[in-house]
Design a protein around this ligand. Structure first.
Ligand SMILES: [Zn+2]
Length: 164
């Protein structure tokens, strides 16, 4: 059970950006699919230049860049999950989503290829390391042989020193 107080709190703060949120400074926007949004205007300065001269300047609301409208649109447009935008018809959405999936697949293919390339490189690196290790082992063996001979020589010398 949601208490009245909690309900009130939810109503005050809202669930997200969509829906009626209320509050000072907020403005009502409408999405092309007919949702009502209360949000703080995203005011940006803008300058329009022509031939290096400022011909127009002022402020604009960047919320309209999202496709939001100041009034309820007379003809609603369906929202597209493919591009998080609005299209004129459901067919346009289908085409947009299909195009997005095509691009996603192409990207996946490319990523897999990249991965394969990296894996090949790793195999090559491992192979190089193995060769280096064998070389080092060879050097180690030679070193140990030399050491053994040296020890034998020193032992002989020590024996000769004691008894000779
Ligand atoms: Zn789309």
């Amino acid at each position: 059970m949601v208490s009245e107080q909690v309900k009130e709190g939810i109503e005050r703060t809202g669930y997200g950006i969509s829906g009626v949120i209320g509050g000072i400074g907020r403005q009502t926007y409408y999405t092309p699919d007919g949702r009502k949004i209360r949000a703080i205007p995203a005011i940006r300065d803008y300058v329009v230049k022509k031939d290096g001269k400022v011909i127009e300047s002022g402020t604009r609301d960047a919320n309209y860049d999202k496709g939001w409208l100041p009034v309820m649109p007379p003809e609603l447009k369906p929202h597209c999950d493919g591009c998080d935008n609005w299209h004129d018809t459901e067919d346009d959405i289908k085409a947009c989503v299909a195009e997005k999936n095509k691009k996603a697949k192409a990207w996946e293919k490319w990523a897999k290829k990249q991965q394969k390339g990296e894996a090949m490189e790793q195999v090559k690196e491992t192979e190089d390391l193995r060769v280096k290790m064998f070389e080092m082992e060879g050097n180690m063996h030679t070193l140990m042989e030399q050491n053994k001979k040296l020890m034998e020589m020193m032992e002989k010398k020590a024996k000769g020193g004691t008894f000779g």
